[in-house]
Every structure is written in C-alpha cells, then in structure tokens.
Design a protein around this ligand. Structure first.
Ligand SMILES: Cc1ncc(COP(=O)(O)O)c(C=O)c1O
Length: 399
C-alpha cells in the first residue's frame, strides 16, 4: 500500500497545476464586498465618541471573509488599528504591507512567540507579570521598548489581570523601562443579551467596574494609553462604552448583534454565499430525499441539487430549516444536508436550471438571509456561522 501512495504522489507532482483553470464560481463560493466593509466602518465610526479610535477585528481570516480584503477596506473606511487572534494572523497581515498597529487578542505565553511578536511589530495582550517581564527582557535585549496592551478581567473570566490586584501590578509595570503600555482593556461577556439596557445587567456592571478601576489608576493623558472595552454590541450600546477605542468585528461585517434592541443601523452585509445548481430531477409524490429519507415529498416535486454541503461549513443541523434565494423568490432546502451537496425544492420555479446560481446568504431583490437567521435556526451564533466556512469555498472580491 505505501508503494501505491508514493507512486500516486509522484504522478500528482508531475502534473501541471490546473488550479488556475478552474473558475472559482463554478461550484460554490463566497463573494465579499470590500465596499460594504468600508461603508460599515464609516457608518459605525460616525456614531463614536469624539476622538474614539476604531479597531477592526479581523481575526479568523476576517470572520471568514478574507482578512486582507477586510483589513484594507476597513482602513479605507477609517479603522486605525487591527485586532487578530494569533501571531500567524498578524504576521500574514504585515506580509501584505499593512502597517497600522495590530493587537494580538489571544495570549502569547512563550518567550519565542513574544519575540516573534516583537520582531513583527505586533502588540501582545498581556495578562500577567510573568509575560510582562518577558516582554521587558526582549525590549532590553534589543535596546528598544516593547509596545503592548494590558488586559484586565472585569467579568469574562478568560484573559486578563485580576481586577483587584491590578493597581499594584500596574505600578510595578510602569517601572519597567523597556516596555510601553499602549493600551489597557477589558472584554464584555454578555453585551449581546436582551437585558443589556438594565442598569443592573452584567454588561452595565462590567462597565462600572472598569470605570472604577480606571479612576484608581489615575492614568495621565500624556501617557497616551488607549482605554478600550467595547465589542460591536458594546459600541452600539452608547458613548459611555466607547472610551478611547472600540474593537469591532460583527457589525463591521454588516450585522447588528443587538438588532432586537437597537433597530436598524443601516449596515451592509459584506458576505454573499452562493452555489450552482449542478443537477435537476423530478420526483413523484411520496419519494424520500437524501440520507435517512427524512424529507418525503407530498407532491410531484422538482429538485435542484446544489454543490455545497457541510464540508464547506454549512452546519448540518440546518437541514430542512433554510431557504435559498433565486430571482427574488425563496425556495426551501429539503432533506439532510450532505457532505458536499444539498437539495432544494424548486417546484414553484420555471426558471431555475442546471448552472443557475442560488443565494444562501446575503440579499438580492428585496429578499435577505443573514447568519443571524441561520444562527436562530440551529441554536448557534452568527459569529460561529461566519467562521464555519471552509477554505474549499473560494473567496471572491466583488468590488
Ligand atoms: C477581545 C475581543 N474584542 C473584540 C471582539 C469583537 O467582537 P464582535 O465581533 O462582537 O464585535 C472579539 C471577538 O470575539 C474579541 O474576542
């Protein structure tokens, strides 16, 4: 067997690459509108407190949209900083020539990773003294200052210094000569929940805890330390959440996490998920469809087979719960979503045929389907829906 595998590998190696010949829109793909990202940043920025900066959160490949496209367009719209989760994500952005400040939101805990962070001009998030001292040593070894952000935990219980120990620790940190504290921040745990406006809600209490801490820290304006707390939902909640900077992901991509509380922000979804019809068949009444035959037709039915499935990141739990848009009309998906394909009931259409493009997410002709709708149907969240899309789906920039 190993012999066969090796032989095969050699065959592949000798074959000329055909990747460039395959049309990325031949099967299933994601269209990304850079203009929508730019417009959303502009719109959101117009709602910020005066002088408040906008950090575009582009982790997880820009929430599945393509971090390069998102970053470049967010910068055009006025984003002055970027947030990534990992070292690799930050380094990739630097390799594209992006030169605005980039904060790594995840924790870097080894000397090696912190050194790589420093060498790539990325700012780490620091949550304890040990890592702070490593950064100071790196700065010292290079005769420079290592720029970083300190994180304080106000209720998320994820990263961050303990709030009640931070005052003393901050004094110690300020005495370190080879680091520059560029920011102090915290993260909201429940900002997208329905009770956020209640003064006793977890979100309002987190904000108060952060404000009290800041008062005790007595930070001098001249130190130019950026204070930040808000994600998209926090930003939408109002100016008392804005401080010196907001870190916005979901809303920049065109979705309002507080849509039930805070109405229409006139954001433009930047992502359009599309797939081609690759086969059409007619089934008689009483015919089972897909694995498990969970859907049985109650009439003579025309089915379109679409070339997209859970291996592309469409959550299987959405089987039979979603609709697709074609020419301003909605068509129900039926039967279990399979690894690479799904079936759609197109009986009511007279124009869908092999080669037609159907829209799974996005808006067209007054009809719109968003990751928030999908999330509601499968007990998920829009963030997870967006980050689920696999690399098998080519990302195509449309403007
Ligand atoms: C630390 C931090 N800040 C900001 C954000 C952006 O959140 P949102 O997408 O809700 O705007 C995230 C995303 O998870 C995050 O982890």
């Amino acid at each position: 067997m190993p012999f066969l595998l090796n032989k095969r590998k050699n065959n592949f190696d000798n074959r000329p690459s055909i990747e460039g010949e395959i049309d990325p829109t031949q099967r299933a793909w994601i269209e990304v509108s850079g203009k929508a990202i730019e417009a959303n940043v502009r719109k959101l920025k117009s709602k910020l407190k005066k002088n408040c900066e906008f950090m575009a959160v582009v982790k997880a490949d820009g929430y599945g949209h393509d971090a390069k496209v998102v970053s470049e367009n967010a910068i055009k719209g006025g984003a002055s900083q970027l947030g990534v989760a990992t070292l690799k994500e930050g380094i990739k952005l630097r390799s594209f020539g992006i030169n605005i400040p980039i904060l790594v939101l995840g924790n870097l805990y080894t000397k090696k990773d912190l050194l790589i962070c420093f060498r790539n001009d990325l700012m780490p998030t620091i949550s304890n003294m040990r890592e702070c001292l490593i950064c100071n040593n790196i700065g010292k070894g290079n005769n420079l200052k290592f720029s970083l952000h300190l994180k304080v935990d106000t209720g998320m219980s994820r990263l961050g210094f303990e709030c009640n120990q931070f005052i003393q620790q901050f004094k110690n940190i300020k005495s370190l000569e080879n680091i520059t504290v560029k920011g102090i921040y915290s993260h909201l745990a429940c900002a997208d929940e329905h009770n956020v406006m209640n003064p006793k809600s977890k979100t309002q209490l987190q904000k108060e805890k952060f404000q009290e801490l800041l008062k005790l820290l007595k930070i001098d304006k001249k130190e130019n330390i950026k204070i930040h707390l808000a994600n998209s939902a926090g930003m939408i909640l109002g100016k008392d959440f804005h401080f010196d900077m907001v870190r916005v992901g979901l809303s920049m991509y065109g979705y309002n996490p507080l849509v039930k509380i805070n109405g229409n922000l006139f954001l433009k979804p930047a992502l359009f998920l599309k797939a081609k019809v690759t086969f059409v068949r007619t089934i008689e009444k009483g015919t089972g469809v897909s694995y498990g035959n969970k859907f049985v037709s109650d009439r003579k039915t025309n089915l379109a087979v679409l070339s997209i499935g859970y291996a592309d990141g469409i959550i299987r739990n959405l089987s039979g719960k979603i609709s697709l848009i074609y020419n301003k009309k909605l068509y129900p998906q039926v039967g279990s979503i399979t690894m690479d394909q799904m079936m759609v009931d197109i009986t009511d259409s007279d124009d869908i045929k092999v080669g037609s493009t159907m829209l799974l997410l996005g808006s067209e002709g007054g009809k719109s389907i968003s990751p928030i709708d999908w999330a509601d149907k499968c007990n998920s969240i829009p963030w997870e829906i967006l980050c689920s899309f696999k690399n098998r789906l080519p990302r195509v920039q449309v403007d």
